[in-house]
Design a protein around this ligand. Structure first.
Ligand code: AKB
Length: 316
């Protein structure tokens, strides 16, 4: 990768990835884009509505990029609330981005998710290649997206790559509209109130990952030797399998009087129960050396420090 266009650059992954890529590949080589302009743009920024057929193509051409990292999408709970909009953004945006990559001969990354699995998928040690019959609009989009990326590779030779992200945890930009968002909220509430009411039930395990590992995985996969990639798209990756009480236990090591209670949201609980408990990431390890650096304790120590500093800064 030398010159990269990032869509959805103001989102949870995009905001950190853009900074990370700028420090690795150079400020002038990263074109951030989103549907709205940031309040304080830093570096090159372009407004792109991914659902408009030619907008991605035109900006990619204008800057002569060699790679698109396509992140613009609605997350699972939002997609369930607005299924038709989710189809338009998640699928319409993806096909427009892939078309741009095809026309301009670009490398291409887009994330899939553990949401691409469904209730009939094996729940534990979920294999890389397995049954995928998701029951959410987000899941339908993700499976179709995985297949579409495979198709653009085999039919048109576009160098498409991607991972299935678990829930991502970060202290920089809040996620919005996801099922796993509780795993970010819990840290803010632990610092602010020493208590958190979880909308996901006790005992509900899902795969999770700290954002630095997610960013590293994107770059590592994009720079991987293509000859070693048997799967290319939708690699299972994970750092931990955790339920709300595991976050509480990790937080209590730093804030002993922290308490968690539960007020379950049936929609997000239903989505969570349709996803795997713990996926198997061996294909990503074998084909491009994926490895997560943070477990739940390392992540919790760092999150609590960073969130505490942030809250102090914002209230100063
Ligand atoms: C969500 O909860 O929708 C996302 C995901 C796991 O894809 N964080």
């Amino acid at each position: 990768m030398k010159k990269i266009l990032v869509t959805g650059a103001l989102g949870q992954i995009g905001s950190e990835l853009t900074e990370n890529l700028r420090s690795t590949y150079g400020e002038d080589n990263i074109i951030a884009s989103d549907i709205r302009r940031p309040e304080q743009p830093a570096g090159i920024f372009e407004e792109i509505d991914v659902t408009k057929e030619k907008e991605i193509y035109e900006i990619a051409k204008k800057y002569n990029v060699d790679t698109i990292i396509h992140l613009a999408a609605l997350l699972s709970a939002k997609a369930e609330a607005f299924p038709k909009v989710a189809w338009e953004i998640n699928m319409g945006g993806l096909v427009n981005a892939l078309e741009a990559a095809k026309e301009l001969n670009l490398k291409f990354f887009t994330p899939s998710s553990i949401g691409a699995f469904g209730p009939s998928t094996p729940k534990d040690n979920t294999p890389q290649d397995t049954l995928q019959r998701p029951t959410t609009m987000y899941g339908v989009n993700k499976v179709a997206g995985e297949l579409l990326c495979d198709y653009y590779y085999s039919r048109f030779g576009v160098d498409t790559r991607g991972v299935r992200f678990p829930g991502l945890i970060s202290h920089v930009t809040a996620p919005g509209g996801g099922t796993t968002d509780y795993a970010v909220e819990v840290y803010y509430e632990a610092i602010r109130k020493k208590t958190y009411t979880s909308y996901i039930a006790e005992g509900t395990r899902m795969d999770m990952m700290y954002m630095p590992d997610a960013l590293h995985a994107i770059v590592q996969l994009m720079e991987a030797n293509p000859d070693r990639l048997k799967h290319r798209n939708a690699f299972n990756i994970t750092a931990m399998s955790a339920a709300p009480e595991h976050f509480a236990e990790a937080i209590q090591k730093h804030i002993p009087d922290f308490k968690i209670d539960y007020q379950v949201d049936p929609v997000r609980q239903g989505i969570a129960e349709s996803w795997p408990d713990a996926i198997n990431a061996s294909a990503a390890k074998e084909e491009w050396g994926f490895e997560a650096a943070y477990d739940i304790d390392d992540m919790t120590a760092d999150m609590l420090d960073k969130v505490r500093e942030k809250i102090k800064r914002n209230s100063a």
